[in-house]
Design a protein around this ligand. Structure first.
Ligand SMILES: [Zn+2]
Length: 444
C-alpha cells in the first residue's frame, strides 16, 4: 500500500545555496536564512562547534512513508518540574540561555522558575512578538546567533513554543527546553510549528528534523490558566480521533508505530469523553484532581503522540482545514484555535456522512460547552457569505482537507456546513419539545 504524501502545507523555504553553484553569478541570499555569525567568547558547549554550519533552516519538506518523531527527549509533569532546569543545563554544559517568552505566561511561570543567574547562567531576555510568523522566528534566530547562546528556554502558550522551536532550529539546532503555560493544544509535544501571517491567518506548518531537549510541565501554572484555553484544548484533542482514524486505518497493519498512534488517538477520545467535563469543573474550582491531570496530559502529550507515531498517517485532515476557513472571518479573530477545530470536526463528520457520530459528539459538545453551530461560535457575518468563505479557504490547494481519502471541493464543504446547521436546528427544536433538559451549553 502506498503512503500518502507528506502534508503539502509544510512551509517551504528557499533551498540553501548549492556549494557547486557557479561563482561568477552569485545567487541572492535566501530570504529566510540569517547571516552566519562567528562563534566566539563563551566557553565551548557541545553544540557550539557546529553552529556556523547549522545556520541554514533544515525543515522537512519531503518524506516518503512513515517517519516517527516520538517526542521531547525528557518529559516531566509534576509539581516542582521546573526545579529540573538547572540540572538539565548543568548536564548539557550550557552556561548561557535565551529566555523566549510571552508576557502573561512568564508572569505565571516566574514563581516556579529557579534563579538561573544565581546558578551562574547568563540569561538573554527575548519577549515574543505576538504571532508565530516566519519573520518572527527569523528575528529570534538572529538574536540567538548574535547572542552567542548555548540553549533556549521557551515559556508560554503554543505560539510562543512553536516560534521558539522554529527559531532554535534556524539558529543552529540549539538545545530547547519548553515550559507550557497553557493546556490548549499539543504544541509543547509536537515536532512542528504552525505558522501564521502577521494578521493571524494560518499558512501551514513546518515539520522539524529535531525535537526539544526537555518538556517541563508544572501543573500549578496550568491550573492558574484561563478555563477557556483548556476547553479549547479539549476541542482540539477530540479532533485527533475523528480526523486521523481514517488515515490510520488505511496504513499498513504491520506497522506497529501506526498501532501506537491509533491507541493514542483512541485514548484522546476516551479520556476526554470520560473525564473532560469533570476536569473543566475541577479547574474552575481550582482543584488539582486526577481527572484534570489526565485531561491536561492528554491535550499536551497524548494528542502529540498521534502525529509522533503516525507521521503523515496521523496528521490533521478536515477539521483543521475548516478551522483555517473560520479563522479568516473578522468575528473569529479572538476565538481559540481548539474551539474552531471543534466545530470543524462536526463539519468533517457531516462531509463524510457520519451522522451517528455527529449525534454522539453533539451531546459531548453540549456537556463541555463546545460549539455545534456557527451561531455558537459567535459568527456575526452574513451566514451564506460566511459559509462560502469558510468553504473556499478550507479547500485551497495544500489545505489538510485534501489528506482525506476522497476529493473535496468548496461546494462539498458548503453543503456539509449547511447540512450540519440544518441538523443542529432540528435537534434544538426537538430538544425544546423534550420535557427534561440535559444540555449544559454555554456558548449559544
Ligand atoms: Zn490543532
Amino acid at each position: 500500500m502506498s503512503a500518502r504524501p507528506a502534508p503539502s502545507t509544510a512551509v517551504s523555504t528557499p533551498p540553501p545555496t548549492s556549494p557547486s553553484a557557479p561563482q561568477s553569478a552569485p545567487a541572492p541570499a535566501p530570504a529566510l536564512t540569517p547571516e552566519p555569525v562567528l562563534v566566539s567568547g563563551l566557553a565551548p558547549a557541545p553544540a557550539r562547534s557546529l553552529l556556523r554550519e547549522r545556520t541554514i533552516p533544515r525543515l522537512v519538506t519531503q518524506e516518503s512513508g512513515l517517519v516517527a518523531r516520538v517526542g521531547p527527549q525528557q518529559y516531566t509533569f509534576r509539581r516542582g518540574a521546573l526545579d529540573d532546569l538547572v540540572r538539565i543545563l548543568d548536564e548539557g554544559g550550557y552556561r548561557s540561555l535565551a529566555l523566549v517568552h510571552g508576557e502573561v505566561g512568564l508572569g505565571k511561570a516566574r514563581p516556579f522558575l529557579p534563579d538561573l543567574e544565581k546558578s551562574g547562567i547568563e540569561v538573554l531576555d527575548i519577549p515574543f512578538g505576538g504571532e508565530c510568523t516566519l519573520a518572527e522566528s527569523e528575528r529570534i534566530a538572529d538574536l540567538l546567533v548574535k547572542g552567542d547562546l548555548h540553549a533556549v528556554l521557551a515559556v508560554g502558550g503554543g505560539k510562543v513554543l512553536d516560534t521558539a522551536k522554529a527559531a532554535a532550529l534556524r539558529a543552529g539546532d540549539l538545545p530547547l527546553i519548553l515550559v507550557p503555560t497553557l493546556a490548549s493544544n499539543c504544541a509543547p509535544w509536537a515536532c512542528l510549528s504552525v505558522m501564521y501571517e502577521a494578521d493571524g491567518t494560518p499558512i501551514g506548518h513546518e515539520i522539524h528534523s529535531t525535537q526539544a531537549k526537555a518538556l517541563l510541565v508544572e501543573p500549578r501554572i496550568l491550573l492558574d490558566s484561563p478555563l477557556e484555553t483548556l476547553r479549547a484544548g479539549i476541542g482540539d484533542t477530540l479532533a485527533k480521533w475523528y480526523e486521523c482514524v481514517g488515515g490510520l486505518e488505511a496504513a499498513p497493519a504491520s506497522d506497529l508505530c501506526v498501532g501506537l498512534a491509533t491507541h493514542a488517538a483512541r485514548q484522546c477520545r476516551d479520556v476526554l469523553l470520560g473525564d473532560g467535563a469533570q476536569a473543566l469543573a475541577d479547574m474552575d474550582a481550582g482543584t488539582d484532581s486526577e481527572q484534570w491531570r489526565r485531561v491536561v496530559q492528554v491535550v499536551i502529550m497524548t494528542a502529540g503522540l498521534v502525529g509522533s507515531f503516525g507521521g503523515s498517517f496521523g496528521r490533521a485532515t478536515g477539521a483543521h482545514a475548516v478551522h483555517d476557513g473560520i479563522s479568516v472571518l473578522t468575528s473569529q479573530a479572538q476565538t481559540p484555535h481548539g474551539t474552531k477545530v471543534a466545530y470543524g470536526t462536526l463539519v468533517q463528520l457531516s462531509l463524510e456522512g457520519r451522522w451517528e457520530e455527529v449525534d454522539d459528539l453533539d451531546a459531548v459538545h453540549d456537556a463541555l460547552g463546545l460549539p455545534c453551530t456557527l451561531g455558537d461560535l459567535g459568527v456575526t457575518e452574513d451566514p451564506s457569505e460566511a459559509v462560502r468563505t469558510i468553504a473556499h479557504v478550507a479547500t485551497l490547494a495544500g489545505k489538510t482537507i485534501h489528506n482525506l481519502p476522497f476529493p473535496v471541493t468548496a461546494r462539498d464543504v458548503e453543503r456539509a456546513i449547511e447540512a450540519l446547521e440544518d441538523h443542529e436546528s432540528a435537534r434544538r427544536r426537538d430538544h425544546m419539545r423534550t420535557p427534561i433538559h440535559t444540555g449544559g451549553h454555554t456558548n449559544g
